[in-house]
Write a protein that binds this ligand. Sequence first.
Ligand code: ATP
Ligand code: MG
Length: 422
Amino acid sequence: MKAEIVAIGSELVNGQKLDTNSQWLSRRLGDLGIPVHFVTAVGDDLGENVAVLRGAVERADLVLVGGGLGPTQDDLTREALAAVAGVPLVEDSGSLRAIAELFARRHRAMAERNRVQALLPRGSEPLPNRVGTAPGIWMRVGGAWVGCLPGVPNELKIMVDEQVVPRLRGLGWGGRVLVHRTINLFGKGESEIEAEALDLTARGRVPEVGITAHDATISFRIAAAGADEEEALRALEPTAALIYRRFGALIVGEGSEDVAEALVRGLAGARASLATAESCTGGLIAHRITAIAGVSPVYPGGIVSYAATAKTALLGVPPGLIEAHGVVSAEVAKAMAAGVRQRFDADIGLGVTGIAGPDGGSPETPIGLVYLGLATAEGTQTRRLELGPEQPRDVIQGRAAKHAMNWVRLSLLRTAGRNPDG
Ligand code: ATP
Ligand code: MG
């Protein structure tokens, strides 16, 4: 069972409009357990539409076509489908009546051009459209079923749910439920993680596991099908458990959860509070933490100390220390962490100082060099990150924030490992 999607409209191929219908259709079919193998966008050109549709009906069992059903000259889906099927267009009296009634309800005169919307390839079935003028088309062409839908996104969605899905079920398709689970990891590169997961991501594995990367967070997406949701979720479980066993501390959460959520969970679990002192990340860590609701018990606050004078005035970093080691140094990161921990009376202080570029790099402090400082009751530690120098400023800032939060998260895990009931 293979499905294929064709999006028709010149606005979709010339960059004016994003083809959101195809994304929606792919997901909807995916949820029904029907895999989509091709998505094609093509402009309003009869010959090209015919070529794309011909290829699609040869390859797929189901072809869903969006757009080109309007009344204007550039709406060519009807003609293209008739050409591919090798049949003439004939007027469908039921569809013509439905179009006339829609205009009557809106107290508008029906233009002669709207008549063409009632033309359907001989042997096809109209798909009633209760929200727009043009009916859709349902037709068997060669070995494939073809469903043509209007391009207007809300019309397309309604017609898929009300007209296409019941027909698919009638054909015995889409009876299975497909579910997904996404497990997110941070702290290792995509290729490194993939190398440790070749058995999971192997083609043809059931359930299927995909790997993607976004903002240095690596995600495993497990997909499984079942007769109902419960059965499908059960089928996911052993694979999820395997990922948890194998990747342990690298896992930061599921779904949309990332490092910040994992850090906040870790702080709450340890009943520990964190205060942040940020230089090159400019408050990004504070922002990511406070984007999560209910963090005030574990996050009293932070300081953005961008200039050297602010580090001294607000965090008590000695001017002599800055002069001796430079503002981007392990010593300053450490002093920032200790200073903010003390000022907020927090259990943990985090300091971040680095150079995000694009200017100001030097051989000793290249762009992307970031020092982290972590202060706890047990003392202070530092870490050096090299994130650049080829990366743009926002990427360096984002990565520095993530690595810093992840470092605190891992230190909480280590502490929890030492005092299992703490
Ligand atoms: P109708 O049959 O409802 O008259 P149509 O089938 O001819 O419409 P178009 O006129 O091509 O469809 O498109 C109608 C609207 O829907 C336009 O605003 C168009 O940009 C938008 N649209 C068409 N296809 C897509 C798509 N794949 N993704 C997002 N928007 C789309
Ligand atoms: Mg169009």
